[in-house]
Design a protein around this ligand. Structure first.
Ligand code: ADP
Length: 556
């Protein structure tokens, strides 16, 4: 039995008489839902993603059946398809509940619950082919007349919905604060998903029960279908987001597929040929550009991943480097300690020999002993510098501050260097303002002595003839010591490297071959650690240089 003319509608989904809304509501919903869930399922090993795909499959079947109901006029086809459509809808609801549970609990549901839900479907299975399901066919409306089973369908629909709602509320109450946002978002997605799907369906069904004579009872259902892909996408997005997939790629793919589906769907009901051609071109262009877009997003992601790999490698190398640097510092520290003891012994015995403690020393031997003493001193200084560096770099150099009278301090330095300068034929002078005019400085006496010693030592070393002037003065709220020589001077390009570890000036190397390039580096660090400053000025090669040290004063 047929309701209307067979030729235009018999099992022919794409008849030109079919309203466009049908295609718009069904096809994009089917394709987008399948796409989203398939994509997530492929990307994820997560069981909830698999269930989402299953939901999309049942939904697709449901939508396909619905399409047949709208376009078909053969009573046998309608009765057959209609008899399944309600159970399919209940499947979607039950699976949504299952999906929500899996997603939030991250574990399988108990078997007894599965059996319970399975049992709820039994009446459907038993009564499906009977009059309780569909009791008659209304030829006027071309619709099936539903039996009492429809109430059971309403009941199940409501039951699953309330169960879902109850579970979500229970889960939100039980969860930690940070997790609540995620649950709220997810609940909104799942609830709207069910509401848009079965809400519209139930509204249509109820309307058909109340006004059996009306022909547009089911129209509302088509609008409900628009919500489906939206919320399906939303749920897929949530899986992706909380399982840390690449959202950017999913978004690009979703955009392209949605665009292609929406434009492609138009092709089915366009009546004018010109429009058909234009839409086809638009369709092809959007697909082509869409593929390019997806490709570029993929490339970008790949590059980012490669960059991440490199960054990780670099970070590992850096850790290794730090470890090596640390062991180097430790090695130097241990080696220097071991070296210091015998050096001190050599120094002591040579001094005793020279002083005649073991009897008079002939002049030629005294000369040799003097050389031994000087060389030993050089090694002592080197070992001291290395020790200082290793302590400095390990942050273990301790400073003991005391109030120091600078003029007395300089007098001591004068005694230390007087003979060396005289031997070299240099004029060495010390200038200090009148007693009491220079404020006392607050420094580690021994370390500051080492620093300024090194500056005077350098000045003598790098000055072949002329003078070395050491001066203390109060300048701009600090106390400054300057060591000015008439020596080899410093080339402007060499300036930045003077205070760098192991760095020696080219000219300096020619004049004094045995330097290490450590003294200035250690001195600068030590002074800065005490709150002072070291720097140098020179007019250039052969024009002498002046080294300055600003010493910190006691804060009152
Ligand atoms: P070293 O004297 O053992 O080489 P320093 O760190 O004390 O190590 O000095 C680094 C370099 O700075 C020297 O090699 C030298 O070239 C240069 N320099 C230091 N003091 C002077 C100076 N008074 N005149 C000229 N050059 C100097």
């Amino acid at each position: 039995m047929f309701c209307t003319d067979i030729s235009s509608t018999f099992f022919f989904l794409f008849s030109k008489d079919t309203p466009a809304l049908l295609y718009y509501s069904h096809f994009p919903a089917i394709i987008i839902s399948l796409f989203f869930s398939f994509f997530v399922w492929k990307k994820s090993q997560d069981i909830s993603a698999r269930v989402l795909f299953l939901i999309a499959c049942f939904f697709t079947l449901w939508a396909f059946f619905d399409l047949i109901l709208w376009t078909n006029s053969d009573s046998r086809v309608i009765m057959f398809v209609w008899s399944f459509i309600n159970i399919l809808e209940n499947f979607v609801s039950a699976l949504t509940l299952y999906f929500v549970y899996l997603f939030l609990e991250k574990r399988e549901i108990f078997l007894r619950w599965k059996l319970f839900v399975g049992a709820l479907f039994l009446p459907f299975l038993v009564l499906l082919p009977t009059a309780a399901n569909l009791k008659d066919f209304d030829t006027a409306l071309c619709e099936a007349v539903q039996g009492h089973l429809v109430y059971y369908f309403y009941f199940l629909e409501a039951f699953f919905f309330l169960w879902l709602l109850g579970f979500l509320i229970y889960r939100a109450l039980r969860s930690e604060r940070e997790e609540r946002g995620k649950i709220a978002l997810f609940s909104a997605g799942a609830i709207l998903f069910l509401l848009s799907f079965s809400g519209a369906n139930i509204a249509g069904s109820v309307s058909a029960v109340i006004n059996p004579e009306r022909s547009d009872n089911w129209k509302i259902l088509q609008y409900g279908l628009f919500g489906m892909p939206v919320f399906m996408g939303f749920l897929a997005y949530l899986i992706v987001r909380y399982r840390a997939f690449n959202i950017k790629l999913l978004a690009a793919q979703a955009l392209v597929v949605a665009l292609a589906v929406l434009i492609g769907a138009q092709l089915f009901f366009i009546k004018s040929q010109v429009n058909f051609i234009l839409t086809s071109i638009t369709f092809l262009l959007s697909v082509a550009f869409g593929i390019l877009l997806i490709q570029s997003v993929k490339n970008e992601i790949r590059r980012k991943e490669e960059l991440q790999v490199l960054t990780n490698k670099l970070a590992e190398a850096n850790v290794e480097l730090k470890r090596l640097d640390q062991s180097k510092t430790e090695f130097i520290s241990i080696a220097s300690h071991q070296l210091r003891t015998p050096l001190t012994a050599i120094k002591g015995f040579v001094s005793l020999l020279l002083e005649g403690s073991y009897g008079a020393v002939p002049a030629n031997i005294a000369d040799i002993l003097n050389k031994v003493y000087t060389s030993n001193e050089r090694i002592v200084r080197l070992v001291e510098d290395l020790l200082n560096i290793s302590r400095m770099e390990a942050g273990r150099l301790k400073y003991e501050y005391a109030e120091v009278n600078l003029c007395e301090f300089l007098n001591e330095l004068r005694d230390t260097f007087a003979i060396t300068a005289k031997t070299k034929g240099l004029e060495l002078s010390f200038e200090c303002p009148e007693e009491g005019t220079l404020p006392p400085v607050w420094i580690d006496r021994q370390k500051s002595f080492e620093v300024i010693s090194n500056l005077i030592d350098n000045a003598i070393k790098y000055t072949p003839a002329g003078s070395v002037r050491v001066r203390a003065e109060a300048v701009d709220g600090t106390v400054r010591v300057s060591v000015k020589d008439t020596g080899i001077g410093i080339a402007p390009e060499a300036m930045p490297y003077l205070f760098v570890k192991f760095s020696r000036g080219k000219e300096g190397g020619k004049v004094y071959a045995n330097g290490t390039g450590l003294g200035l580096y250690v001195g600068k660090n030590m002074m800065e650690a005490q709150g002072g400053r070291v720097w140098v000025t020179s007019e250039g090669i052969g024009k002498g240089s002046t080294f300055f040290v600003d010493l910190p004063m006691k804060q009152s």
